[in-house]
Design a protein around this ligand. Structure first.
Ligand code: PLP
Ligand code: COI
Length: 340
């Protein structure tokens, strides 16, 4: 790891940065090839590739971290491998074996180790596995060829950064249909979210909050992150819904809240008109980590939780515990960490 990079580790946001190597594998005639690491960051596809026309693609997002003693570790990569398989199955794409997915992520991280932000900078290496349906085929049916690729880039904060609270605005748009693909990490969900996101940002908010597509009374997602709230009786509550992404960070927090902080936890309906039950709220996800929610704007009124400028004590404790595990300062539950 002698390479010297001109990267300002403390200033990283969430913009694309080309790293040296990515994993690339092709599926044809019913099987995956060996897969290679390549320096070429351009994909070559036919103009009639189904991913371009009909959105047959899915992706994942996870992170690798540099620990205090310089080691490199990934957080819950097996969970991303499983969710990726679920997305592939939903879109009738060939499944990637869990071992192949994990091996590809580890190879890419190792080959780009110079890009992992140093411990203490607040940065990490974001890993983006994805699959696309390729091969020229105009009918609305599964592609006959596929590309699986994994690339990575150094990242900092997705929202404002660290534990600075941000405000969100409830959107009139739905992110996903109740029996649609909201549970899967597929590009179409994100294309559908861009307008709502832009409206929220133009109105001065960090992102939008989506309500359930059937009744528009319950919180679903916070942009590209899950919602959680801490109730006045100290429960950790997060929405139960068939149309939200099953966030790996959310399930990690459910575990930590219960087993480390000793809280009662529950996945249940979170009604937008009953936000008063919460003393604190946050957005959680790989990119968002834990971002405290200052307030939610709905029906011309901003509902402030703990504070618009300061993080609440439970959110802070959850953040400290989660990030300590991710950075190797605290031992996590068995299987959560994969070392390089
Ligand atoms: N919800 C959406 C829509 C997302 O895109 C993400 C990001 O992956 C999340 C929630 C958080 O999921 P995870 O914690 O697995 O990153
Ligand atoms: C993630 O948190 O990994 C995401 O995918 C969120 C967003 C960048 C799409």
């Amino acid at each position: 790891m002698t390479k010297k990079l001109e990267i300002n580790w403390d200033q990283l946001g969430f913009e694309y940065i080309k790293t040296d190597y990515r994993y690339l594998s092709f599926w044809k005639d019913g099987q995956w090839d060996e897969g290679v690491l390549t320096e070429d960051n351009v994909l070559h596809l036919g103009e009639a590739a189904p991913c371009l026309h009909y959105g047959q693609q899915c992706f994942e997002g996870l992170k690798a971290y540099r620990t205090k003693n310089g080691e490199i570790q990934l957080f819950r990569v097996d969970q991303n491998a499983k969710r990726f398989q679920d997305s592939c199955q939903r879109l009738l794409m060939p499944v990637i074996p869990e071992e192949t997915f994990i091996k590809a992520c580890l190879e890419v991280v190792k080959a780009n180790a110079a890009y992992i932000p140093p411990y203490g900078t607040g940065g990490s290496l974001y890993i983006r596995p994805m699959m696309i349906g390729v091969g020229n085929s105009m009918a609305v049916k599964p592609a006959n060829e596929y590309i699986f690729t994994v690339f990575c880039m150094p990242v900092g904060a997705y929202f404002k950064g660290g534990l600075t609270p941000v405000n969100f605005m409830v959107s009139d748009y739905d992110r996903a249909a109740c029996n649609g693909t909201g549970q899967q990490k597929v590009g179409g969900n994100y294309a559908a979210s861009m307008l709502a996101h832009e409206i929220a940002v133009k109105n001065g908010f960090a992102d939008c909050i989506y309500l359930d597509p059937t009744t528009h009374t319950k919180i679903e997602e916070v942009g590209a992150a899950n919602f959680f709230g801490i109730t006045r009786d100290n429960r950790f509550v997060t929405p139960a819904s068939p149309s939200i992404l099953p966030s790996i960070t959310k399930y990690s927090l459910l575990y930590l809240a219960e087993h480390v902080l000793g809280m009662a936890v529950s996945e249940e309906d979170v009604f937008i008109d009953e936000l008063d039950i919460f003393t604190e709220a946050g957005a959680c996800g790989t990119a968002a980590v834990i971002t405290p929610i200052g307030g939610i704007f709905h029906h011309n009124r901003l509902h402030v939780f703990y504070s618009e400028t300061a993080v609440g004590p439970v959110t802070k404790k959850l953040y400290d515990t989660l990030t300590a595990i991710q950075l190797g300062d605290l031992a996590g539950p068995e299987g959560w960490i994969t070392k390089l």
